[in-house]
Design a protein around this ligand. Sequence first.
Ligand SMILES: [Zn+2]
Length: 432
Amino acid sequence: MLNENTERALKESEVLLKRLDRVHRFSHKHEITPSRESMILAEAMQKLGDSLPQIDNPQNQDQLLQSELKRRLNGESAYLNQQLSGKLYDFDTVIKILSIPREDINSLRPWLEQNKERTQEAIERLFYAREIEEYELSLSEDIPSVRRQAEEFAGVHIQRYHKTLGRFLKGLTKVGEYLRDINAVPTNKPRSYFNQLNNNLGLRISAICFSKEDGTLHIREKELIRLYGHEGMGHALNFAVTRSNDLPYFLTKDSSFTIATAESVAQFYERVLMEDLKKSPETQRKLGIEHKFPDIYQETKDSEQLEVYKRKIFQYGIVVLGDKSSGNPNDPEVLRKKTNMLYEVAIDRSSVAGWVQKNRYTSFDSEGNLRPSLVAELKYCAQPVDRALEEFSRKGINYDEKGRNVIDSTFLKGLWTPIGFVDNARLRANSK
Ligand SMILES: [Zn+2]
């Protein structure tokens, strides 16, 4: 049972967040922000947020909801004010709006330092262990007949994966049944996605298909599995499970403040799905990949170190470029300093240098702030899932047959900020 004050705050917040949703829909439709209504709303959210106590280490459900609601309301209000002010977005503002934990940003450089040598070795192993017989060509999507053929080809494979994996996951974990509510489709959009409004799980055709030199089409099974884990088991289930549970309204609304958590969850399920498949030759057979699965799995493991490294050096590059304190971002001396910082942890110097130069003129505003959409890519570096798993393991609950149901339902139920997500996991673990 929640205490009266919490109940009241939850009810009030529902009214306010629904108004915020209306503001978003209006702005989307008319391409203008209703500024008076927004100002009143920002103030009301701030006021309600301020009325809640500051609780840093919640000990029960009541305190958990209060602290998370306060975080959300004050955040939404500050974001709305930022939009109304017309102020440019500096690095710290973007990080705040996306709730990206500082500790995860600060750990990028040390990780790269510790892993440069290891990654170098992994590249060598990969180079000698794997024969790359032919070029994997990207699809000639400019040719209508190739495009149509690829759409159909990808569609058939996606359907088979969706059906087979849906049934498979239903048997593995309670949340698996929610996959039946989702439509998996091929998409030509530049990124795969899950759309919660129409339940479409769009998997990017050019990511999962390639053609060989002789013109035949092929599926990148490894990438299809990864994307299904990320978008399907991660994002789609996150929304489906959240919707079907009786949660306070604010935890069912996605927002910029919950994105970093959602990405951490989605990245976790990429790995989970690959491990699940490894244990099920029958499912591999149904997918028609049992003869190549050992190879798919091994390549995933071999290239894991490399993939993580590539992701982290890109993220660290954003941190370095986005640091305004080093001076005018167009100044050659400043650029040299920044490039050198990246060289210290870089394996491929030319791509680092090229990336810095590419951003030199196109990615900074007049106050020297790095483009917000680029800074926003740091949402993929948040690691609340790792911290939540530690909370569970401290209580003897691990991600195995026994612990899986409770961890899955904790991770996928509700849309939390990274801090709230870990607090929630700790309370769930303590209650077991
Ligand atoms: Zn994602």
